[in-house]
Design a protein around this ligand. Sequence first.
Ligand code: BGP
Length: 463
Amino acid sequence: MKFPDGFVWGAASSGPQSEGNFKKQHQNIFDYWYATSPEDFYEDVGPDLASNFYNDYPEDLVLMRRAGIKALRLSIQWTRLIDDLETGSLNADGVEFYTKLFKKMHEVGVEPYVNLFHFDMPVELQHKYGGWQSKHVTDLFELYASQAFKLFGDLVDNWFTFNEPKVIIDGQYLYQFHYPNLVDGPASVQVAYNVNLASAKAIRQFRKIVTNKNATIGSILNLTPAYPASDSSADQKAAEIAELWCNEMFLQPAIHGTYPEKLVKLLDEAGVLWQSTDEEIQLLKDNTIDQLGVNYYHPFRVQAPDVSPKSLQDWMPDIYFKEYLMPGRVDNVDKGWEIYPKALYDIAINVRDHYDNIPWFVSENGMGVSREERFLDDKGVVHDDYRIDFMRDHLSELYRGIEAGSNCNGYFSWTAIDNWSWKNAFRNRYGLIRNEIHTQTKTIKKSGQWYNKLSSTNTLTEK
Ligand code: BGP
C-alpha cells in the first residue's frame, strides 16, 4: 500500500506529558491536583519530570528521527509561556525554551505541529473563574494564543487550537478524571460551547497576526464513531444522539462554523442550552479551521439508556444513550478500549462526505500497554509486535479511505517516547521509543524500527 506523495509520518505528544515542570511559572490543573493528592495518580507519580523533554529535547529529537518520525505534534504550555495570565505578558524562559526547541526541530528534520491547549488549564483560572465555564477565560486564551502566533508564526506552519475538547468536558465536568472532577451536566454544555468559542477567537488572531504563507490552523478532535448495538429504533436513536453529542458538537462548528440544529433543539428542550450571543455566533462562522486533526483510539457502541429521560435526575447526556460493551469485541484490556480499525475508514468517509473533504490527518492513534519490560530482549529492545499489528491494521483501513478519495495527508502515532499519561502516569506505555523512567534512558522499540521503514518507503506492507 503506497501512500500519497508528501504523506506525513509523525508522532504526537503534549507539553504537560513530556516536558517536566522545570522553571514553569504556573501550575496547571494536573500539577495542582498532583501536588494536593498524589495518591490519585498511578504509583503516586506526577508530571514533575515526565519524560524530561525540557532538558533532553536535542537528543530526543534525533532519536525520534531515527524512528522515522518526520513531524512531531506537541503543545505549548500556557503555564510556561505566559507570566501574567490577565495581561498575557511573556515568561522569558518559556520564550527561550520554545524558540530553541522549534529551531532545533527544523535543524534535525522534525516538522513542528504546534497545539495551544492540551488539557492544561492554569489552575488559577480554574479556581478564580471556573476555567472554561467562563467567557473571560476564552479572552485570556485568545491573548495567550496571539502571543504564541507573534513569537512563533514564522517558525511553525502547522498550528492547532485545542486537543480533544470532548475529553475536557468528560474529564472535568462529567466523569471525574480531570481536576476539579465535577459532575455537572449543564456546565459541561456551556464548556463545550465556550471551548469552541475560544478556538474561533484564537483563529481570529491567527488570521490577523500570522503572515507566513505556508501556515494553517486547525483543531484536534477525538472522534469516536457511534455504532448502535442493534437495529432496534431505540438503539438507533441513542446512537444518533451520541454521534451529535460526541462528534458533531465539535466537528460542525470547527469546519462549518455552525451547530447541528438537532442538537440545539434537544438541549433547548432539556433546558440546558448554552448561553450565546449573536456576535459570538458570527465569530464562529467567520473563523473555521483549515485542517482537521483526528485522534482515533476506539469506537463508541451505543444502546438505549436504562431509564427514561423523564426520570427524576439531574441532566446528564447519559439520559439519551448508554455505552454498549459488545460481547466478543477485540479489547485492549490494559486500557479497556475496544480495538476496531474499521472506524478509521468510516471517519475518512464521513469527513469526505459531510465535512467538505477538508484536509485532515490522524493526529493520534496508538496502543497503551502495561509492563512492557516483559518484551525486552537482551539488547534492551522492546518487541512490541502487538503495536505494529495495531498500527498496520489501522493504516490499512486509512489507506482504503484515502483510496476512496478522503483527503487525509498524514498519520501521527501516539506517542514518540513513552510519556506521562495523566492519572495513569507511566502505567500504560504508548511510545515507539521506550523510556526507562528512573534513568530516563530512551531506546527505540521494534515498532520504532518498523515505523522508520514505513516512513522512509511511504509504503505499508502486509504482515
Ligand atoms: C488522548 C490524549 C493524550 C493521551 C492519549 C492516551 O486522549 O490526547 O494526551 O494521553 O489519549 O490516553 P491515556 O494517556 O489516558 O492512556
